[in-house]
Write a protein that binds this ligand. Structure first.
Ligand SMILES: *[C@@H]1O[C@H](CO)[C@@H](O)[C@H](O)[C@H]1NC(C)=O
Ligand SMILES: *[C@@H]1O[C@H](CO)[C@@H](O)[C@H](O)[C@H]1NC(C)=O
Ligand SMILES: *[C@@H]1O[C@H](CO)[C@@H](O)[C@H](O)[C@H]1NC(C)=O
Ligand SMILES: *[C@@H]1O[C@H](CO)[C@@H](O)[C@H](O)[C@H]1NC(C)=O
Length: 465
C-alpha cells in the first residue's frame, strides 16, 4: 500500500474510532438523562448496577423490589406437585396475546420472531421497569408478570390467580396494555405528527377490543384494564368505561365510568425504601412530630396544602417543605419519614399520592387529610387502626392539627405503629408475588368482586377533637 494511502486510511480509522467513542459517550448521557431526569444518581445507580447475585437479596425488603425479579426453583422432589391449578385458584383469568407494542415493547423489549411475551423463567430475560417516579404506577407490569408466571410450575407464588387458555373458562379477561407507561413515555407530540404515540396506542386498543368476540359478548364488563396513572387512558376511558379498572383513585373519572362497585383501587408503588421491623424507630426515637415533603413532586398541589403550610411552618417539630425540587428528595424523604411520628397526606391535584404508601413502609403513622381519597383494599383493611383521618375543613382550623397530634400519646401511637408493621407487606409489589403482597391483594379484591358487587368499606373514624 502506498504510504500516502496508508496514512490517510489510518487517519480515517482514528477519526472513526474517535466519533464512535463520542457516539457511545453521548448516548450514555442521553439515556441517563432521558430515563431518570428526576432521581438522584445514587438511586439511579442502584437500578443500573443491580447485578448482584439474586439469592443474596431475598431477605428483608430494604431494596426497591423492582430490582430483583426472582425465580425460586422448587426443590427437585416437589416438582410435579401441582401446587396451583385452575381448580384451586381463586380466579381464572384469560389474558389477550396482544402485540408487544402495547406492553413489554414499551420497555424497549425486543420480541424475537413469533414471541409475544418475555420468558419469565429467566430473570435476565425479564425487561426492567424504568426507575424514578414512573415506578409509582408500575402496577400493570407486576400484574402481567404474575399472570405469565402463573403457568410456570417452578415459580413459587400464591394461587390467587391462574391464567387460562380458554376465554370461556375465565372469570375475567385481562387487557395487557401498559397505560401508565404509555402516558409517561409517549405523551409528547412527536415532531410533524399531530398525535402522540400514547393517543395512537389508545385508539388502537379500542379498535382491538371492539373487534374481539370476548368484548362483544360481555360488552367489556368482565375485562380488567389497569390505568393507574391519573392521566393514563385519558382519550378512551369513557369508551372503555364498562370494563373494570385498576386505578389510583376516582379523582379524574366520572362516577359512571369508574366506581367502587366494579373497579379496584391499587396502592402506588412506594418510592422510599421500606424499613425493616428491626430498624423501625419507636416513639421516642422519632423526634419529628409531623412530616410533609412536597419537594419530590412536580405539581404544587391544592390550596389546602398552602393553608396548612402557613399554619405549620413555625412549629419547631414539624417538617414541612413545599415547592422546591431537590435532587436528594427520595433519600431525604426516607430518612425524614423514618424519624417522624406522623406523616401528612394532604389532598393535592389528585386525592391520592404515593406519600401514603411511602409513609406506611416507613412505619410513620399516616394522617389522611383528603376527603375524596379512595384507599386500597379498604373492605379488608381497617385503616383507622394505623392511620389518623382528619376532614379537610378541620385540618385548616388554626391549632387543630398540631393539638390533635400532640394529644396522641405513646401508647396510642405505638398501637398504630405495631399495626403498620403488620400491614406494610400488603403494599409491596413483588415478582414472583408472595402471599398477601400488593399483587396478591389486587387479585383477591377481584375474587371478592366475583361474588359480590357491593364493596363494604370499613368505617373511617374521623378525628374531630
Ligand atoms: C404439594 O406441596 C405441598 C406443600 O409443599 C404439600 O403439602 C402437598 O402434600 C404436596 N402435594 C403432593 C401431591 O405432593
Ligand atoms: C431482628 O431482630 C431479632 C431479635 O433481635 C433477630 O433475631 C433477627 O435476626 C433480626 N432480623 C434481622 C433481619 O435483622
Ligand atoms: C377499626 O379500627 C378502629 C380503631 O382501632 C376501631 O375503633 C373500629 O372498631 C374498627 N372497626 C372495625 C369495623 O373493626
Ligand atoms: C414485623 O412485625 C409484625 C408484628 O409486629 C409482623 O406481623 C410482621 O410479620 C413482621 N414482618 C417481618 C418482615 O418480619
Amino acid at each position: 500500500m502506498p504510504e500516502k494511502t496508508l496514512r490517510s486510511s489510518r487517519l480515517l480509522l482514528s477519526l472513526t474510532a474517535f466519533s464512535m467513542f463520542f457516539l457511545i459517550l453521548s448516548s450514555f448521557f442521553l439515556f441517563h438523562s432521558v430515563i431518570n431526569p428526576l432521581i438522584p444518581s445514587s438511586i439511579y445507580k442502584q437500578f443500573v448496577a443491580d447485578s448482584v447475585p439474586i439469592d443474596n437479596k431475598l431477605e428483608g425488603n430494604d431494596e426497591l423490589e423492582l430490582s430483583k425479579p426472582v425465580v425460586v426453583p422448587l426443590p427437585l422432589d416437589l416438582s410435579g406437585n401441582e401446587s396451583c391449578n385452575r381448580n384451586k385458584a381463586l380466579l381464572r383469568v384469560y389474558m389477550y396475546d396482544m402485540p408487544p407494542e402495547f406492553h413489554f415493547g414499551l420497555l424497549d423489549w425486543k420480541a424475537g420472531p413469533n414471541r409475544i411475551w418475555p420468558d419469565v423463567r429467566e430473570p435476565k430475560h425479564i425487561p426492567r421497569y424504568p426507575g424514578g417516579l414512573n415506578l409509582q404506577h408500575s402496577i400493570e407490569y407486576w400484574l402481567t408478570l404474575d399472570l405469565l408466571s402463573s403457568n410456570v410450575r417452578e415459580i413459587v407464588r400464591p394461587c390467587s390467580v391462574i391464567r387460562v387458555e380458554n376465554p370461556s373458562d375465565a372469570d375475567f379477561i385481562f387487557v395487557p396494555f401498559f397505560a401508565s407507561l404509555s402516558y409517561n413515555r409517549h405523551s409528547k407530540v412527536v415532531q410533524k405528527d399531530k398525535f402522540t404515540i400514547n393517543k395512537i396506542l389508545q385508539d388502537q386498543l379500542v379498535e382491538y377490543l371492539m373487534s374481539r368476540p370476548e368484548w362483544i359478548k360481555s360488552g367489556g364488563k368482565d375485562h380488567i384494564i389497569v390505568a393507574h396513572h391519573p392521566n393514563s387512558l385519558l382519550y378512551v376511558r369513557t369508551r372503555l368505561g364498562s370494563a373494570r379498572f385498576v386505578l389510583a383513585d376516582f379523582g379524574r373519572y366520572a362516577a359512571n365510568t369508574a366506581n367502587l362497585e366494579k373497579d379496584v383501587i391499587a396502592p402506588y408503588q412506594h418510592v422510599v425504601r421500606s424499613i425493616s421491623n428491626n430498624s423501625s424507630a419507636p416513639f421516642e426515637q422519632r423526634p419529628t412530630l409531623a412530616y410533609f415533603q412536597g419537594a419530590i413532586y412536580r405539581k404544587d398541589g391544592g390550596a389546602i396544602r398552602q393553608e396548612l403550610f402557613y399554619l405549620l411552618k413555625d412549629e419547631k417539630d414539624v417538617h414541612f417543605t413545599f415547592g422546591s425540587t431537590q435532587r436528594s428528595g427520595v433519600l431525604q424523604a426516607s430518612l425524614g419519614m423514618g424519624s417522624s411520628k406522623f406523616c401528612l397526606n394532604i389532598a393535592g391535584d389528585t386525592p391520592s399520592s404515593n406519600r401514603l404508601f411511602d409513609a406506611i413502609v416507613s412505619h410513620c403513622v399516616p394522617v389522611i387529610i383528603s376527603d375524596n381519597i379512595e384507599l386500597p383494599f379498604e373492605d379488608v383493611l381497617n385503616y383507622s387502626e394505623f392511620s389518623v383521618f382528619v376532614w379537610e375543613s378541620y385540618a385548616v382550623k388554626p391549632g387543630f392539627l398540631v393539638n390533635l397530634l400532640r394529644g396522641i400519646g405513646k401508647d396510642e401511637w405505638t398501637k398504630m405503629w405495631e399495626k403498620l408493621k403488620e400491614v406494610a407487606h400488603h403494599f409491596e409489589y413483588r415478582y414472583p408475588s408472595q402471599p398477601g403482597d400488593a399483587v396478591d391483594m389486587i387479585w383477591q379484591a377481584f375474587a371478592r368482586k366475583k361474588t359480590s358487587s357491593k364493596m363494604n368499606r370499613k368505617e373511617r373514624i374521623y378525628r374531630t377533637q
